[in-house]
Structures are given as C-alpha cells and as structure tokens.
Design a protein around this ligand. Structure first.
Ligand code: ADP
Length: 494
C-alpha cells in the first residue's frame, strides 16, 4: 500500500480523493495554482505544493510541474481526478517513466479510447454494438455527403478527439451539411488541436445510460451500477440518477455484460465508465471514459462501494474485493450538479465571493464540495460548487429528499443553478421517469425556472429567504465585482 499520494486536481474531486486516502491512512499532497491559494482542498491535504499561475495551461496541465511536486514530496502515486490530465496518455506514461504509479488505467487503454474513431473500430471488432455510422474521419465535403446519404439523415458530426459535447453538430438535411462540417472542424481544431470529424446516425429521443465498471490487474472485471444521465444541456450532464428508470434485471445483465466485454477488449484496469445511447429497447456503445466520473457518487450510494478507494487499492496491486454477485442495488440515488451560473442568463458563469454558505444535511444527503463562506470562486476553472446527492429507498423518496435538500441549500453572493434543479424535479414527466436527452428543450424548463425564481425570492420558498438573505441584492454586487475581475483577467483565461 502507498504511504503518500499526490492529487493532480482541484476543488471537490481533490477533496473526494483525499477523503479516501485519509480513511486508508495514506498521506496526501495537493498541488495548487495561484487562484487556489485559499482553496479548501489545498488546506485539507497534509502537504500542498504551488505549481504555477492561475490558468490551467500553466499549472494543472503542466505535466513536468506535477511530476516534480511528486518527486520532491516523495509521493509514490498520483491520482488525476477527472478532467485536466486524467485521460492524457503522455501524463500516464510520464508517471511510469518517473517510477510513480498513475492511479488509473494503463496508457494503452487510455489511448484505445482516446480517439472516438479508434474506439468505435475496436468495439466493433470486439462485438460491442456501436451507434450506426462511419468508422473513419472525413474532411472532404463530397465524401461527407456520400457518407451522410448512406447513413440517412438526421446525422451528428463529432470531433474524433472530442469531449464535453464540444464541436458536435446535428445535421437534419443535406443543405445543412457543409456549413456544419466547416464549423465542427474549426471548433475541433481550436479545442482539441485535431480537426478530424466523423459521422454518426443521430438517434432521436435517446436516453444516455452508462455503466460503471471496476477491473483489477488480474483481469477480474465487474459492472457496479447503471446510471441514467439524460438530463443534459448542450450535451452536458446536469442531473444523473442510479439506477435508470428503464432498467430491468435482464437489461442490466445484458448491458452490464457488454460493458465488461468493452473494458476487457482493451485490457482495462481501474474504475471506468462505458457509455451507451439507449433507444426503444436497443442500446449502442457511445464512448468509454477512462477515469473516475463526476457522477460516481450515485453509484457509491446505491452499491456501498467506495470507487475512489477501490481505484487506490487496485493501483497498489490488490485484487478487486468484490464479485459481480455482490453488486446489489439498494434504493435510488440522484445527483444535481450545483454550479455557479445563471440559468436565467443562458447559464453564464457567475464567479465571485460566496458571502454565505450552508449546505443541506439530514437523512440520505451527501454533499461533495470544496467551498466555504468567504471563498472566492475563481473565473479560471469550471463553475461546479458542489455535487448534491440524495439517496432514498426508491425513486420517489430520492426525489423528495432532493427537493428538501434544495430548499435547505443556502448559497449567497453568486448566482447558482439551484432554481434550475428545482424546476426539473417538480416536472411531471421527470417524476414519471419519462426522460430523454432532449428533455430540457421539450419541456421548456427555462420558462419553469423563471417561476421558481419568483417563488423563491418573493414568496420566501427557500430557507435562504426565510433567514432573511436577500440573495438578489448580494448577487448583483458580486456580479459587478465578478465582471470587473474578469475584465482584469481577460486574456489569461483558458
Ligand atoms: P462527449 O464525449 O463530447 O461528451 P458523447 O459522444 O459522449 O460526447 O455524447 C454526449 C451526448 O451527446 C450524449 O449523451 C447525447 O446526448 C448526445 N449524442 C451523442 N451522440 C449521439 C447520437 N448519435 N445520437 C443522439 N444523440 C447523441
């Protein structure tokens, strides 16, 4: 077992991993940028090493700075969290070359899933069903037209190196194809430094269902739980739940076995997620995330497995301590991603100082966060304040607990998407579990958010207003400060 682990990440996920280390009796090293000098995760760690200026390109993405910090502190292993360097083959290899254990899959498994085109080819060869489409890149407009014709409209253009829904374009007919291809290519070039685009059939009204898997070094691979992640905006997840409302024991067995097959096909080790599109009883491989995911807590809540801890144990050479038969799902868990953003202004980020903060508690509630009263959310990174998770004996109780927790949540000083979550949770279709990836648009949730905002502020329907916090006034001041700061920092942003 390791004595010391460096966490190459920040915010709530850095704390999440340090919690696992603390329980295992392992010392922790945080790395932090200029903007994170006063961040909770840097204080939580046993040691903290400064790695550079605020923009992540000069700190959290600097491989050499992170390896140096591990060497200087004597950390034997590095956990990359999610985002940043977590799916970077060069980083995983650099760790190896420096004699440091990378807590995650081997570099070749990251590589196998790094390009969506290669991943599709590998999965197809392994007998895993993939979304209908083409397994090669396209740049010539004539070729694109022929491919699209053969698949049949609507289609979706995707950057092969993509992530986060960036650069994906839905194309309904041939007239839209050329401008969409040009735009996709240029976004992909600037976001990923690679403008390879490929074409998939665009499935209408699909669900996004994914499977958490765990694999050890001896090839033992299991699926842990399924997650429904269809509540999305711009192809990015906002609310996740486990299990999926459409899951049956038979479907779970079939999809889970395919997920295990996908992982085995690339010699996968550690925690990972196999994502599927599900449409009218059929399911297709979408991609595999070769890291711990943002939404991993809902799986932990329904299975009792500590995924971060398992990753560390596996990386230290231990065998997986669970069998497939032990993976029973108990109750239901829902996660809301609480972001500092304004749902009434196209979800514009709302960095700034948190003037008052009180997180919910009580039965079945888990809050993973890295903030506190007086903390200033920096404008450089993503706007996640916390992950609010509710667990109940069934879906109905999980929803009721989440609504109760959202009522209790006090965050004053920055705008948040708490009102957005309230609007989704009260929606009749959501409550029936009748959801798909187009839900937010189809149900016009943004209009419903306006009603919630008025109720919260004017009718006092939140604990913050009951306690006399005038959130709008304070938010206005902080927005002014925030925009001043972002003007100052313009150009530094990554
Ligand atoms: P990224 O890696 O950029 O997140 P994914 O391939 O994982 O992209 O897809 C993200 C989301 O985009 C999916 O959850 C789904 O909502 C939508 N999507 C992707 N591919 C398709 C498809 N072929 N048909 C319909 N929706 C899709």
């Amino acid at each position: 077992m390791f004595n010391k682990i460096l966490i190459a990440n920040r915010g709530e996920i850095a704390i999440r991993i340090m919690r696992a280390c603390r329980e295992l009796g392992i010392s922790t090293v945080a790395v932090y940028s200029e903007a994170d000098k006063n961040a909770l995760f840097a204080k939580y760690a046993d040691e903290a090493v400064f790695i550079g200026p605020s923009p992540s390109s000069q700190s959290y993405l600097r491989i050499e700075n992170i390896i140096k910090a591990a060497e200087e502190t004597g950390a034997e292993a590095i956990h990359p969290g999610y985002g940043f360097l977590s799916e970077n083959t060069h980083f995983a290899s650099a760790c190896r070359e420096s004699g440091i254990v990378f807590i995650g899959p081997p570099p070749n498994a990251i590589d196998a899933m790094g390009s969506k085109i290669t991943a599709r080819q590998t999965m197809k060869a392994a007998g895993v069903p993939i979304v209908p489409g083409i397994e090669e890149g396209v740049s010539d407009p004539g070729d694109a037209e022929k491919m699209a014709e053969s698949i049949g409209y609507p289609i979706i253009l995707k950057p092969a190196a993509g992530g986060g829904g960036i650069g994906m374009k839905i194309v309904m007919s041939q007239e839209e194809l050329l401008p969409a291809l040009t735009s996709s290519q240029s976004v992909a070039r600037s976001a990923f430094g690679d403008d390879t685009i490929y074409i998939e059939k665009y499935l209408t009204e699909p669900r996004h269902i994914e499977f958490q898997i765990l694999a050890d070094n001896r090839g033992k691979t299991i699926y842990v739980s399924d997650r429904e992640c269809s509540i999305q905006r711009r192809h990015q997840k906002l609310i996740e739940e486990s299990p999926s409302p459409v899951m049956t024991p038979d479907l779970r067995e079939r999809m889970g076995s395919i997920a295990v097959k996908a992982a085995r096909a690339i010699g996968y080790v550690s925690a990972g997620t196999v994502e599927f599109m599900y449409s009218r009883g059929d399911f297709y491989f979408l991609e595999m995330n070769t890291r711990l995911q943002v939404e991993h807590p809902i799986t932990e809540m329904v299975t009792g497995v500590d995924l971060a801890k398992e990753q560390i144990l596996i990386a230290s050479g231990e065998d997986l301590g669970y069998s497939q038969e032990e993976m029973e799902i108990r109750g239901w868990a829902i996660e809301c991603r609480i972001n500092a953003e304004d749902p009434l202004n196209d979800f514009a980020p709302s960095p700034g100082k948190i003037k008052r903060y009180r997180s919910p508690g009580g039965p079945g509630i888990r809050v993973d966060s890295g903030v506190y009263t007086g903390y200033v959310i920096p404008p450089y990174y993503d706007s996640l304040i916390s992950k609010l998770v509710a667990h109940g004996k069934d879906r109905r109780e999980a929803i009721a607990r989440m609504e109760r927790a959202l009522y209790e949540y006090i965050i004053v000083g920055v705008k948040t998407n708490v009102i957005f979550h309230k609007a989704v949770l009260r929606n009749a279709r959501f409550r029936r579990g009748d959801i798909n990836t187009q839900f937010i648009k189809e149900e016009n949730i943004i209009e419903a958010v306006k009603d919630v905002a008025v109720e919260d502020d004017e009718k006092g329907k939140s604990l913050a207003s009951a306690l006399g916090a005038d959130s709008r006034k304070i938010a206005a001041i902080s927005a002014a400060v925030g925009s001043y700061l972002s003007q100052q920092k313009a150009g530094e942003k990554t």
